[in-house]
Design a protein around this ligand. Structure first.
Ligand SMILES: N[C@@H](CCC(=O)N[C@@H](CS)C(=O)NCC(=O)O)C(=O)O
Length: 265
C-alpha cells in the first residue's frame, strides 16, 4: 500500500495517525505541496486535484480522507480478525471536524509577504508544467485558477470570519464533551481523536495555543495526553515539536528560495 502525503498537510496527518494507531504497514511518499511537488507530472497524472493525501492499494486509489480512513478500518478488521467499525457518534464527530476547512484560517495567519511568495511560486510551477505536458495543460490551468481563487477568497473578510467562527464553536463543543469523557468518544482513543489531533497541532504550529487550547482546560489536558502517544510523535512531533518545527519550515523555505532564484520551477 502506498501513501502519498506530507507532514504539512492536516488530512495527511489524519490518515497517518490512523495507520499508526491501527498498526498498518505502508510505503510512504512525501509530496510537498508548498514546493509544488504535488504538480510533478507522475503524481498529477494520477491525481489532477493535486491534493493530499492519496492512498493506493494496487489498482485501487482513494483520494478522500474520510474514505481512506474507512478503508484503513476495514483492513485493520480483516487483518486482526477482530476490532470494529466506528460507531455513529465517532462518524458524527468526524463529519463535524472535517467540515472545518483549515486552508483560509491557516493562510490568514501567515505574513502576507511569505504567503504571496509561495502563491507566486505555485503559479509559476503550474505554468511551467503546462508547457512541459500539453496533454495535462487544462488540468494545470484549472489548478492555476484555483490558486487565484484562493487568493481572492483570502481578501474576503466574510470567508475568514466564517472559518474562525466555525472553529470556535467546534472547540467549544469539544471542550464540553471532554468534560464528560477522557477522549472525544468514550474511554478509548478513536478515529474521532484521529481527526481532532491535527486541528490542535495546527493551532500550536500557528502559535495560537493560548487563545484556542490553553483557554479551554479540558482541551488543554487532552492535548497534553494525546501528545504522549507514539502515533503523535511519529506523525506530528517528529516534524514540529520544539526546535524541529524550525528545521522543517526552514528546509521548505530554503528549497523555495533557491529554486525561485534559479527559476527552477
Ligand atoms: N479531497 C481531499 C482534499 C484534501 C486537501 O484539501 N488537501 C490539502 C492539504 S490538507 C492539499 O493537498 N492542498 C494542496 C493543494 O490544494 O494544492 C480530501 O477531502 O481528503
Amino acid at each position: 500500500m502506498q501513501l502519498y502525503h506530507h507532514p504539512f498537510s492536516m488530512d495527511s496527518q489524519k490518515v497517518r495517525l490512523a495507520l499508526e494507531e491501527r498498526g498498518i504497514d505502508y510505503t510512504s511518499f512525501h509530496v510537498n505541496p508548498i514546493t509544488g511537488k504535488n504538480m510533478d507530472s507522475l503524481f498529477f497524472r494520477m491525481n489532477t486535484s493535486a491534493k493530499l493525501p492519496v492512498l493506493q492499494n494496487g489498482a485501487h486509489i482513494i483520494y478522500d480522507t474520510v474514505e481512506i480512513i474507512q478503508y484503513i478500518e476495514q483492513i485493520a478488521i480483516v487483518s486482526s480478525g477482530g476490532g470494529e467499525i466506528s460507531s455513529g457518534e465517532v462518524v458524527a464527530w468526524i463529519k463535524k471536524i472535517q467540515e472545518w476547512n483549515p486552508k483560509y484560517f491557516t493562510l490568514s495567519h501567515i505574513p502576507d509577504k511569505h504567503r504571496h511568495f509561495v502563491s507566486k511560486f505555485t503559479r509559476r510551477v503550474a505554468i511551467a508544467r503546462m508547457a512541459e505536458y500539453p496533454d495535462l495543460a487544462s488540468a494545470y490551468h484549472c489548478k492555476l485558477r484555483k490558486e487565484y481563487e484562493t487568493q481572492d477568497n483570502l481578501r474576503n473578510p466574510e470567508v475568514l470570519r466564517r472559518s474562525g467562527e466555525y472553529l470556535v464553536s467546534l472547540l467549544d463543543e469539544v471542550e464540553t464533551k471532554l468534560g464528560e469523557t477522557p477522549f472525544l468518544v468514550g474511554q478509548e482513543f478513536s478515529m474521532a481523536d484521529v481527526f481532532l489531533v491535527p486541528v490542535l497541532a495546527r493551532l500550536e504550529l500557528l502559535n495560537l495555543q493560548d487563545e484556542y487550547i490553553h483557554s479551554r482546560p479540558n482541551i488543554a489536558k487532552y492535548w497534553e495526553m494525546v501528545q504522549q502517544r507514539p502515533s503523535y510523535n511519529k506523525v506530528v512531533g517528529k516534524y514540529f515539536n520544539g526546535w524541529r518545527r524550525y528545521k522543517t519550515l526552514f528546509k521548505t523555505w530554503y528549497c523555495l528560495r533557491v529554486r525561485s532564484m534559479l527559476r527552477r520551477y
